[in-house]
Design a protein around this ligand. Sequence first.
Ligand code: 5AD
Ligand code: SF4
Length: 468
Amino acid sequence: MSDSIIRIPEEEIRRQQGFADAFAALPGRPETYYIVTYGCQMNAHDSEKLAGILESMGMRPAGDKREADLVMHNTCCIRDNAERKALGNVTWLKEVRRERPQMLIGVCGCMVQEPGMAEKLLKQYPFVDIAFGTGNMHEVPEMLCRVVTERKRVVSVPQNESTVAEGLPIRRQSDIQAYLTIMYGCNNYCTYCIVPYVRGRERSRASSDILREAEVLRNSGVREVMLLGQNVNSYGASGGDMTFPQLLDHVAALGIPRIRFMTSHPKDLSDELIRVMADRPNIMRHFHLPVQSGSNAILKAMNRRYTREKYLERLSALRAAMPDIGVTSDLIVAFPGETDGDFEDTLSLTAQARYDSAFTFIYSPRTGTPAAAMPGQIPPDVASRRIAKLIEVQEKNTAAAFESMLGQTVNVLVTDRSRRGKDEMTGKCERNISVNFPGCDSDIGRILPIRITAASHTTLRGEKIGTA
Ligand code: 5AD
Ligand code: SF4
């Protein structure tokens, strides 16, 4: 790792374990926890880390948040509605606490690291007992000890954003699929995005730490590993000791049946990465490649550092090397200054890109980001019309992609019963599309060849053709 990235010293991790042991021995301490998670996969994985820490303190999960002694809200602040939802739910819990005064209410994650939010929580949310950011979760044992023994509120955000903590316990949600963080933070500063301000600057984990974790996962029988980072392609540029394609190749060589990764920035999608993917059949044939806009003027104003033409060229390179690859995207409509012509460019790019699916968002101004202060903010009615049109175009893409898969046999990692009940199973194919099929619980955890027989709006249906 480069000099400016600070690995939290092992003594500090041990010191926190001391607090965890002390907490476990406290008479009358909180016994159970419940974590409400908002937002992306990074947050879902942070919740697994938080659960690991809480369990190392002797706590156990509660089945229902109304019955938990500690309710943590792991928040997202990427758009205004994510933030409002989290704060609304935190406030609602205040009422529940009237009946269970011993309940502790906590807030953590991205929202807490928004500039000014810690002060706001202290002043306007006096019922919040504990709040901390994404960068100081390893201090939870010490913070919770203080909350319980000193009966004080603790609101703390990291002093240094350049740290990486290793050796913390993780309580994983699934023994079939696992998240593995390879890098934290983001340096891209897209002008609409708050992530670089709340998750800090880019910092990569050492490849030896990542490979060790991947090996443990493989040995425990995990079927699929998802490598996580805000911009995995810049692994190495931010302190890692190899490039992302090299790291991916090493992880794939460990023999885990399925590897995925997310998210990638189009400007960093190299030929080397495409080559590694094409050479390794256990790297899944799915690429999430957020384009955000199809207009060069808007891409420039967003500081995305690629053009529409460059993006489409990268897409062609991906498909030339792996014709069966599924591509997905994120798109924003109504970015400040977006004209009808710019929006038409987004529609035409979306049609041309033939995405399997896309997350579509209305631009949401985030205080402190450059775009929030740009002229030409778009009225909500125009934004709603635009997103409806965009969804329509993307739905056609999805229908065409699904149609082309009818009759094909795809490999599905079976993860659950489907919502239809116990005789129908569900899982994802290599392209990351959900596939449902008649099956039984013993299929769960297996990778099965399924022949696609029908398609609905968002899922494929099929039938087993044998056992892999
Ligand atoms: N408004 C709307 N969408 C946003 N995203 C990020 N910031 C904003 C914002 N301010 C979207 C981008 C990104 C995805 C995770 O969220 O499309 O890729
Ligand atoms: Fe946000 Fe852009 Fe970084 Fe993605 S790459 S997290 S959109 S700043």
